[in-house]
Design a protein around this ligand. Structure first.
Ligand SMILES: O=C(O)COP(=O)(O)O
Ligand SMILES: [Mg+2]
Length: 216
């Protein structure tokens, strides 16, 4: 069975904060509310679109409401790849891992529709055996069932997999699933979120790091 490298999306494969930020600011503008600084938005990312909108509204003293989420999803879905780009070195790293015999998958809390749109627009979608979104299965990260379902769809199993992510949700899902975690030090999460997992400072470190895990 293939070894599988499962990647988180936002903050790990792609720097998606600019388009999430822009869509959130447009949502706020529809309600005559002020927008956010990038650092504020980055700190709100990690638990999917609903929680993102919930956090943005809460920051303005408002409760969650469904029309706000619907507006955000429609707007973001149509503008997910305007400024969003893969982090430096990601394309080469994915290519190197495929060459090394790794199968690749994505496990993201972003809803699966914009996740697929985004990966397609960036020309990355074809490399992945499975893309498990935040609404693809009954639960999402940190629930290990999200990662295990993604692995199943990719044709792999936990013992031969690694999970690369930038958030404590990624590390928790990996731990719970019995998958070896790697913390993406280039992403949005503070390094304390690594919680003891090996840390890669740049994507270029991954092929060598994963080779030690596969062979070790
Ligand atoms: O959409 C989010 O909030 C997080 O998405 P991620 O799981 O790809 O980091
Ligand atoms: Mg992330």
């Amino acid at each position: 069975m293939h070894p599988i490298a499962v990647f988180d999306l936002d903050g790990t494969l792609v720097d998606s904060a600019p388009d999430l930020h822009a869509a959130l600011d447009r949502l706020m503008a529809t309600r005559d509310l002020p927008g956010f600084a990038r650092a504020e938005v980055v700190a709100m990312i990690g638990d999917g679109a609903k929680v993102l909108v919930e956090r943005a509204l809460a920051a303005r003293g408002l409760p969650f409401d469904q029309p706000a989420l619907d507006h955000f999803l429609e707007d973001y879905g149509a503008h997910a790849a305007v400024e969003t780009a893969p982090f430096a070195g990601i394309r080469d790293t994915l290519e190197a891992l495929l060459q090394d015999g790794w199968r690749l998958a994505v496990c993201t809390n972003k809803p699966v529709a914009p996740a697929i749109t985004l990966l397609r627009e960036l020309g990355l979608a074809d490399g992945f055996a499975a893309i498990g979104g935040g609404d693809s299965y009954p639960t999402r990260k940190p629930d290990p069932a999200h990662l295990l379902a993604t692995l199943r769809d990719a044709g792999g199993k936990a013992e031969r997999a690694v999970m690369i992510g930038d958030h404590h949700n990624d590390m928790a899902a990996a731990k719970g699933a019995g998958v070896r975690p790697i913390f993406a030090g280039w992403g949005y999460g503070p390094v304390a979120m690594a919680a003891g997992a090996p840390i890669a400072i740049t994507p270029a470190e991954l092929p060598a790091l994963l080779a030690t895990l596969r062979d070790g």
